[in-house]
Design a protein around this ligand. Structure first.
Ligand SMILES: [Zn+2]
Length: 289
């Protein structure tokens, strides 16, 4: 019998959580089910993007006893309990199925997770949650995500800025400069252009409502941004965030001198020969055979 550690996708984990609850509700649960329930419950509640989609009764009931007390009064028969639990898990499983088809979302998520600070991860989760119910709010959050990332990088590099006054555009420029993405470094020039364009789009989407209102003189209510606009803002801001953080992380890499040719290499590509002697791969080939 496979344990939950063998489950690969989040869809499988959500289905497992659903199935152990159905088993408990219909008196066919096994000894390990409660432990699986607790682990999977914590797993989905700890992720900002799934927290809100976990059924209420999973959030409220922390163990099998509490869940049993809830379900036995809620619905009298086994078939009814199964249907109730299936329906309650539908939003979570549907979300996981659709997001597993979107590599952009998962890899952005992983970068943010690897970065550490809770704040940025929470912002990303909030933007995803709101893209359907509140696209305008989601666009605002997408801007906040980019802003927070820039500030995080600037803070880490001890670069000062006036956080109360600074505009996204200026903030982004400052960050690009701090990361050596400024236009005079010509190899990075193309990235600067692309990212400058992205930050302009995110900014632009934030003012879409006003812009359309001015152009057509219509009531503002009829021209709110839609889910697809929010998605564009969230994906752009997520992709930029990912790129900025990866650039930042790469610059934190430690460099050392090759013992033989005396050139500088990232410590990750150097090969340890005898004791503390570090060799680049070319010198290692010649010297070590
Ligand atoms: Zn060398």
């Amino acid at each position: 019998m496979n344990g939950i550690e063998d489950l690969i996708t989040n869809v499988e984990r959500a289905e497992k959580l659903q199935n152990v609850l159905i088993a408990r509700a219909t008196h066919i649960s096994e000894a390990s089910d409660e432990d699986d329930f607790k682990k999977l419950r914590s797993y989905f509640l700890s992720k900002p993007e799934t927290k809100q989609l976990v059924p209420d009764f999973v959030r409220i009931n922390r163990n099998f006893d509490q869940f049993w007390n809830f379900i036995k009064y809620k619905i009298p028969d086994y078939a009814g309990r199964r249907s109730f639990i299936w329906a309650a898990f539908e939003p979570l499983i549907r979300y996981l199925e659709s997001s597993s088809n979107s590599p952009a979302e998962s890899s952005i998520d992983e970068t943010l997770e690897a970065l550490g600070p809770e704040g940025i991860n929470q912002i990303w989760g909030k933007a995803l949650e709101r893209k359907i119910s509140d696209p305008e709010g989601a666009i605002t959050i997408a801007r906040t995500l980019l802003e927070s990332t820039c500030k995080l990088i600037l803070d880490n590099k001890h670069i000062e800025y006036d956080s109360s006054k600074i505009e996204l555009h200026t903030l982004y420029k400052l960050t690009a400069k701090a990361l050596n993405l400024s236009p005079d470094q010509h190899t990075e020039r193309i990235f600067k252009q692309i990212l400058g364009g992205c930050s302009a789009i995110i900014n632009g989407l934030g003012t879409l409502r006003n812009a359309l209102g001015d152009a057509h003189g219509k009531g503002l209510a009829s021209i709110k941004p839609e889910t697809r606009h929010a998605e564009l803002a969230i994906n752009l801001s997520g992709a930029m965030t990912q790129f900025l953080i990866q650039t930042f992380e790469k610059q934190k890499e430690v460099y050392e001198i090759c013992y033989s040719c005396k050139k500088e290499f990232s410590i990750q590509v150097l090969i340890q020969a005898e004791g503390d002697t570090m060799l680049c791969s070319d010198c290692a080939k010649v010297l070590l055979g």
